[in-house]
Write a protein of this length. Structure first.
Length: 132
């Protein structure tokens, strides 16, 4: 597998947001090939994913979190929307405009199907998707 070339401008933007993270500890990939870089790393406690456009704009950051830290409205909405599913993992997603949503990894008790469900912090269901 070839190593992804990350331009200095993208690295500079990353370091502006995460000055304490050693670049050698960051795994780089594409969220959208040739359009959006994805930086994955952890700080020893939580896992992060940051999406940066090729023009150097940070779109969002995703931070892993404990299920007990997810707002109760979000948990209740997920349980009501997907009654036969369990919540396996949770991430908080903060967008560049300041909006926050929650990405929940869901698993069907019946079929074992796994997918992501996205909710606003007030519990409104946004989307269902699959991690690519």
């Amino acid at each position: 597998m070839s190593k992804l070339f990350v331009p200095n401008e993208i690295l500079r933007v990353f370091k502006e947001y995460y000055p304490d993270i050693n670049l050698s500890d960051v795994e780089w990939g594409w969220e959208v090939p040739a359009k959006i870089y994805e930086a994955s790393f952890d700080n020893g406690e939580v896992e992060f994913e940051v999406e940066i456009t090729v023009t150097g704009h940070v779109l969002l950051s995703e931070v892993s979190m404990e299920l007990e830290d997810v707002p109760e409205l979000v948990i209740a909405a997920a349980n009501n929307t997907f009654e036969d599913h369990s919540i396996e993992e949770a991430d908080m997603v903060q967008y560049s405009n300041g909006d926050i949503s929650y990405e929940l990894a869901m698993k069907s008790a019946d079929t074992g199907e796994e997918f992501e469900a996205h909710f606003r912090d007030d519990g409104m269901f946004l989307a269902r998707g699959y991690d690519l």
